[in-house]
Structure formats: C-alpha cells, structure tokens
Design a protein. Structure first.
Ligand SMILES: O=C(O)CCC(=O)C(=O)O
Length: 229
C-alpha cells in the first residue's frame, strides 16, 4: 500500500526516516541541479562502451529494467572486469565525483562523517524503469563479503520501494515512496534485507529533471572484488 504522503501529494513535508537499523531514507537529498547532472551523466553512460541493456537471468528471463554499470560489469548474478558475454569491452570507470557523492550520502544518512570516510564504492549499477518495469524482491548479495552499505539515488518518476526483512521475500516489509532526488542507504544490520520495486508511477517526475518518461535508479556498491582471496 502507498504511504499516506503519496495520497495527498506534496501537502506534508516528507521526513527523513530510519526504516530499520542501518536503513535510512533521506527525501530530497539531491538538488534539482544535481539531479539534472546525474540524468545527463546516465544518458552518456547508457551509450557505452558497454551500452545499457536488458539482462537475462540464468533461468532465461529478461529483466524488465534496463541496466548499465560502471566500475565493474554486472550480469545476473556476478561481477566481472569485462563484459565477456557482450564483446569483452571494459565498462566505464567509476568517476571520482560519484565516489565522493557516495561518501557524502553515507555520512549524511548515518549522520556519521567517519562512516562516509570509510566508504569507497567501486561500482555503480544504473537501472532504467520504463513504464511497467519493476524489480522483484531480492537481496544484494553478489558483492563479495557484502558489508559496505548500498547507496541508492532516485531520478524521474516516483516509485513504490518495498523494504523487507532478512529472511524472506514475504512480509513483514515496509513500503516507501522514492521520489526524484531521494537517497536511500541500506547497510549495517540491514545490508542483506530483501527489497524490490513493485511499481513506478507514470508522469510523476518534475520535467525539469530531464527524464521525459520513466525512472532511473543509481546504486553505488563496494563489490569487494579486489579483496577476493
Ligand atoms: O530501483 C531501486 O530503487 C532499487 C534497485 C535495486 O533493488 C537494485 O539495484 O538492487
């Protein structure tokens, strides 16, 4: 079910909220200018060297979101240095400014500058949701010895984000609206919580953000790939 705020539009300010230990939603974290810059950057990244595509699960099902990655190539459900299944090119490196943004995000979400300092994401996974795209409940556990938080930035249309528990895809879970400019960080005790996006809401984006239709989500991660034994 949608949160009460979504039912009444912008009447109430959206409050920062800790959903579970280590899982923090910070509404309107990005300025309009930062959102515009990120959309522009996503458009460039989507062109390649390894272009945005619809990945297929090992079971043969095409994902409904379209994905492009930076730093490390991701395919369900592992990371690789190069896109071996698509010509072998290396993906675009992680820009320093995006790493710095990730550090600020963690520091702000946890209100702990040291947590931000300690965070160095080495990959970004950018998902584009056209109308009708969704993401089933899953854990982000492809990262080697996953410990560092996942930083999620939303752009464009609003979505229903479902944040669940550590054991199962089913209830209990909490539904939150993620709007353009929102930050969501999940780490610490919540790092491996199930989560998903059952729905996006068409025509809810501020056109000034620069996406005419759909939603972009950027997640920053520390894959731990360089620390593998
Ligand atoms: O689109 C979102 O907000 C969530 C994306 C997600 O769950 C993921 O990339 O693992």
């Amino acid at each position: 079910m949608a949160t009460p705020e979504s039912a009444v539009g912008g009447l109430f300010p959206r409050e920062r909220r800790t959903l579970a230990p280590g899982a923090v939603h910070v509404p309107d974290w990005l300025t309009l200018e930062q959102q515009q810059e990120l959309v522009k950057a996503c458009r460039g990244w989507a062109r390649g060297p390894v272009p945005m595509w619809r990945a297929t699960t090992p079971g043969g099902q095409a994902m409904s979101v379209q994905t492009v990655t930076l730093g490390w190539y991701w395919l369900p459900y592992r990371y690789s240095r190069t896109a071996d299944d698509r010509g072998g090119a290396a993906v675009e490196p992680m820009p320093d400014w995006l790493i710095a943004m990730g550090k600020r995000a963690v520091a702000d979400a946890y209100e702990d500058p040291a947590a931000g300092e300690a965070y160095t994401p080495d990959s970004a996974l950018i998902n584009f949701y056209d109308e009708g795209a969704k993401m089933g409940m899953h854990q982000d556990d492809d990262e080697h010895d996953a410990r560092a938080p996942v930083v999620s930035l939303s752009l464009g249309n609003r979505c229903l984000f479902r944040f669940g528990n550590l054991e199962t895809r089913a209830k209990p879970y909490i539904d939150v609206d993620l709007c353009s400019g929102d930050l969501f960080v999940f780490g610490r005790e919540s790092r491996l919580a199930f989560h998903g996006v059952p729905k996006t809401f068409p025509s809810t984006a501020d056109p000034r953000v620069g996406i005419t239709t759909g939603r972009l989500n950027i997640t920053l991660r520390d894959t731990g790939m360089d620390r593998r034994r």
